[in-house]
Write a protein that binds this ligand. Sequence first.
Ligand code: ASP
Length: 341
Amino acid sequence: MKNRSKILLIYTGGTIGMIKDYKTGVLRAFDFDKLLMRIPELSHLDCEIDTYAFEDPLDSSNMDPDHWVRIASLVEEHYKQYDGFVVLHGSDTMSYSASVLSFMLENLAKPVILTGSQLPIGDLRTDAKENLITAIEIASLKKNGRSVIREVCLYFEYKLYRGNRTTKINAEHFEAFASMNFPPLAESGVHLKVNHQYLLPTSKKPLKVHKELDNRIAVIKLFPGITRSVIAALMLHAEVRAVILETYGAGNAPTSTWFTELIEEAIAQGKHVVNVTQCSGGSVMMGHYETSSHLKRLKVINGKDITTEAAVAKLMYLLGQGVGPKVFKTIFETSLRGEMV
Ligand code: ASP
């Protein structure tokens, strides 16, 4: 009994926490205090589960930095008492939340696993039970008294991913997420298979929770025909401190003089410009084509194989940390939580 893992289940909102009233057909929020009663399978798990529910459950489209601070603070406050944390979250922005939490929770030595579902937990064909049960099972895994998973992950449809490597790719299929540039950390089949070789190395330092996030950033997705005035409006906006340029293929962009000059001007104003590919897989290779040599020459930050979600998270985190202009590029281009090569 004494070796059973203790898990804190945090319900932030999303489809997973809803049940259908079969009389009216309406979806309503689930009473999390009755969780064990509603999902008796949970009591068969070899762990103790406590729950904490946001009193105002969110559709994850309403997630914002204040909510991230709330989740990170919950982990911080309960870090010593629990062996792992499972965060129930709407799937729409789950990859952003997983990415940002990975940066906020430095030296994490316990699992923080985000999960959700495409169908409500009360639906007959729900994917919620499997996602929830396996996420808790994985969060409970221990070896020699220590948690096996020690990072922020996302569990969905039989796969555990590094959270900051994921993207929501499907609004319909149960397989809603992909991690195109990094293999799954664990797979659930007849057996639970943990791919130990891909887990982050353990940190022996104490948990440090960073709560300062600066959201004065912009994402500009290039498309053939995008005009100078549209890019200028975002890139040179007085409030914007950093811009993610979603470029083509291996980090390529127009070579027109106006485009190059705009980037030059933004950088001269002290803004950070990051090159992230709009492809879902693969990496930016600045200088590989003529259409990216100008970006390399201008010292645009190389986003390598980072997802846009993780780039957003990393920018908010680094700006929030007040990282200075001299080292910003070097730090961004360094993998801090396994978010890039
Ligand atoms: N719109 C919902 C949300 O992200 C979808 C879901 O829960 O999967 O909150």
